[in-house]
Design a protein around this ligand. Structure first.
Ligand code: NAI
Ligand code: MG
Length: 354
């Protein structure tokens, strides 16, 4: 299989973890006889420095042609209050929207050998392995009007969804549930919000097409509680934009380090953008100690969701488990008696295990 991959390293540790992801993908390519062609482009602070804008048109054009996009991270203190008035993060929001990536997928797993790294009790985190699917391009973050009224003494934000927007994300969730434990939790606030009542109706309609998937409906406040008291009860969670924003950050504490978490933003034709959940980590950038697993696991998601290469994705994920079991840790994960190594070495050990 030959694929064109747009690589947007971005800023800070984004550049460092991207090098690791490329090495791992090259190893997969030679093992399975694929050809991945990488095309590197600018985004974020690096793009502001080079072209005065966080998202150059040339980067947009390249992404539009690509089979998939890999993104490191953007931002850093040198671009806060930049004289150009431009912000690196604007590039990120803009590329997601331009590409029409409506489904945000965030797997969260309590890695068996990292249970001590979580602030939650070991017994609580053990066995948890969920996929949170968040609607990404609709809802209250985009609805109009969103403004001050009554001479600045009142305010309105609008939660607007079209039926088709709900249908496509809910359908994606059922499909994902089929490839996992076939359990879907739909999160809403149907006791209060009309948008949630329509959401729930659509989930019930769709359920008829997926009789093998067991569905439950949980109110968002209860879901927030259950996520950290009984996380192992969840398989696939689907929810609208703002609820998903909050719940996915909450769930990220299960893993113990931000550096471990991957994400995907995709659309129906399979094109997607894959990026770690963490930012550019200016405090450790340039030191060669960033945890590359969030980025590498994002590359694995690309193989699975954009290219349909399940075995290849699984190979990477298993190798991550193995390296952790062998005791290798980047400093963000380090505990007593473990082998603390840098970005390059942990990547090499991972490739040895593939
Ligand atoms: P951050 O995620 O960059 O860092 C938070 C903490 O986690 C830091 O202590 C950092 O050292 C650590 N960390 C993050 N990734 C790590 C990794 N791979 N390995 C080891 N440790 C890691 O979030 P922060 O500090 O709030 O933001 C820094 C910059 O990144 C800001 O400019 C922010 O706007 C930007 N940012 C960009 C994101 C993106 O590109 N998707 C997401 C979040 C923040
Ligand atoms: Mg957030």
């Amino acid at each position: 299989m030959k694929k064109q991959i747009i690589v947007l390293p971005g800023d800070g540790v984004g550049r460092e973890v991207m090098e690791s992801a490329k090495l791992v993908l090259q190893a997969v390519a030679s093992e399975f006889g694929h050809r991945f062609v990488f095309h590197e482009h600018l985004i974020g602070g690096a793009a502001i420095d080079a072209c005065g804008t966080p998202l150059p048109q040339e980067t947009v054009d390249a992404c539009m042609q690509a089979d998939a996009v890999l993104l490191g991270a953007v931002g850093g203190p040198q671009w806060d209050n930049h004289p150009s008035g431009q912000r690196p993060e604007a590039g990120l929001l803009s590329i997601r929207k331009t590409l029409g990536l409506f489904a945000n997928l965030r797997p969260v797993k309590g890695f068996a050998s990292l249970l001590d790294a979580s602030p939650l009790k070991k017994e609580v985190v053990e066995g948890s392995d969920m996929l949170i699917i968040r609607e990404l391009t609709g809802g209250i973050y985009f609805g109009q009007p969103s403004e001050r009224t009554n001479d600045g003494n009142a305010v309105v934000d609008t939660l607007y969804y079209e039926r088709t927007e709900m249908e496509r994300i809910i359908d994606k969730a059922f499909q994902s549930a089929l490839t996992r434990k076939k359990r879907l939790t739909s999160v809403d606030k149907a006791n209060v919000l009309e948008s949630s009542r329509m959401w729930r109706e659509i989930v019930k309609e769709k359920q008829k097409q997926y009789p093998d998937v067991k569905v439950d409906h949980v109110l968002v406040d209860a879901a927030a509680m259950k996520l950290i008291t009984q996380p192992d009860q969840f398989d696939v969670i689907v929810t609208e934009n703002m609820f998903g924003d909050i719940l996915s950050d909450e769930a990220s504490v299960l893993t113990g380090s931000l550096g471990m978490l991957p994400s995907a933003s995709i659309r129906t034709d399979g094109v997607g953008m894959y990026e770690p959940v963490h930012g550019s980590a200016p405090d450790i950038a340039g030191k060669g100690i960033a945890n590359p697993f969030g980025m590498i696991l994002s590359a694995a998601m690309m193989l699975r969701h954009s290219f349909g290469l399940e075995q290849e994705a699984k190979d990477i994920e298993d190798a991550v488990d193995t390296v952790l079991e062998q005791g290798y840790r980047t400093p963000d994960l380090a505990g007593a008696g473990e082998r603390v190594v840098g970005t390059k070495e942990i990547t090499d050990r991972l490739i040895d295990n593939m």
